[in-house]
Write a protein of this length. Structure first.
Length: 103
């Protein structure tokens, strides 16, 4: 009986952690710029129709907080992004429709 209780508790913890991960709020910095993303040959990408360079180790984060490769993001995707000290794109957040509507 005790083992069943421990097992049930462990399952509940795993489910709670999974739910928390799915509903975690993203923190996109206020200073992050807005744009529309389209892939190009790496290390390039188009943001707002302009060819930009991606920084080594660039991260692209989907709304569910998964990271993807630059070529996995569709053209004309609304994003927020940050540049590094050299003016290269270092971080991109793919926006949900709700986030894209906010200014």
């Amino acid at each position: 009986m005790r083992i069943a209780s421990l097992l049930a508790g462990a399952v509940a913890l795993v489910l709670a952690a999974s739910l928390a991960a799915q509903t975690a709020q993203r923190r996109i910095p206020e200073k992050a710029l807005r744009g529309t993303y389209a892939p190009a040959s790496f290390p390039g990408a188009y943001i707002n129709g302009k060819l930009v360079q991606m920084a080594p180790g660039v991260r692209i984060v989907l709304p569910d907080n998964r990271t993807v490769l630059p070529a996995q993001v569709a053209a004309d995707t609304p994003v927020r992004y940050e540049l590094d000290g050299q003016g290269k794109v270092r971080m991109i957040w793919v926006l949900t429709p709700e986030e894209a509507r906010k200014r």
